[in-house]
Design a protein around this ligand. Structure first.
Ligand SMILES: C[S@@+](CC[C@H](N)C(=O)[O-])C[C@H]1O[C@@H](n2cnc3c(N)ncnc32)[C@H](O)[C@@H]1O
Length: 247
């Protein structure tokens, strides 16, 4: 399944699936990083913005926000959530802007949707071109060498008389530039149980490889994947926040 078809199917359930993510803390931490490392500008673009949860909070911090996503049903939900923001249908690996931004974000590991290294390079170049001087590119990433194929994150919510259970996991076969995101949804009512699964191929790389792609364009800082404090990446954890300042 293409990731566009995946998110068309998923859009109605997306916010329930992400109910345990603290988008407010993640957005606040991004704002703090922009204040420390950025150019004080307030023009923000969220790549692969989905239903717009980061935009919702960054508008409250005073940003003028835009969102770009490849899936129109996700953008329709984002516009409902954030009527004051601008949204555009597009591919983060090939986009241009009319007026540059001060902060570009890409969260929930969505940078990996670039699919392969060449598209990721194109994405990095598009971002660099779309930023003002001293602008910041902030995203989270997973290092392929730290993926534990046996881990499976799962949570459940009650919604309209159904119990919805969501599962997700990464799989990396140990070599190559592809990793798989496995998703599952189970919808259980007293009458029936429906199950839905998907496996999606995404770009895989180590943090060292990612840094090598970014260095020609940005000063790169890597932080622990924490939102209540800013700590340099300890080189032992497989999830991290990349903060890249345009040179
Ligand atoms: C896991 S969701 C993340 C949404 C949001 N960033 C969040 O944190 O909740 C991934 C999003 O990436 C979008 N996407 C996938 N490939 C893309 C691409 N090449 N360009 C733009 N958006 C893309 C999907 O449509 C989906 O909305």
């Amino acid at each position: 399944m293409s990731n566009n078809a995946l998110y068309t199917d998923l859009s109605g359930y997306y916010d329930l699936m992400c109910a345990d993510i603290n988008y407010q803390a993640q957005s606040n931490s991004t704002h703090r990083l922009q204040q420390i490392f950025g150019n004080s500008g307030q023009r923000h673009l969220d790549l692969a913005c989905g239903t717009g949860p980061h935009i919702y909070y960054l508008i409250k911090d005073g940003y003028q926000c835009s969102g770009l996503d490849i899936n129109q049903p996700m953008l329709d939900l984002a516009k409902q959530r954030c009527p004051d923001a601008q949204f555009e249908l597009g591919n983060m690996c090939d986009f241009e802007v009319t007026k540059p931004y001060d902060l570009i974000t890409c969260f929930l590991y969505s940078i990996h949707y670039s699919g392969d290294i060449q598209n990721l390079k194109n994405c990095i170049q598009s971002v660099h071109k779309a930023l003002n001087n001293g602008g910041v590119f902030c995203f989270n990433s997973v290092d392929k060498n730290y993926i534990d194929n046996s881990l499976f994150a799962k949570h459940s919510v009650i919604h309209e008389n159904s119990k919805l259970s969501f599962g997700s996991s990464w799989y990396y076969r140990g070599e190559g530039e592809k990793q798989t995101l496995k998703l599952s949804i189970e919808k259980k009512t007293t009458e029936e149980t429906q199950r839905w699964t998907d496996e999606h191929s995404m770009v895989a790389l180590s943090f060292d490889e990612l840094k090598t792609l970014l260095i020609p364009y940005f000063d790169v800082h890597i932080f622990e994947h924490e939102h209540d404090k800013i700590t340099a990446w300890d080189k032992a954890s497989g999830n991290a926040i990349f903060l890249c300042v345009k040179r």
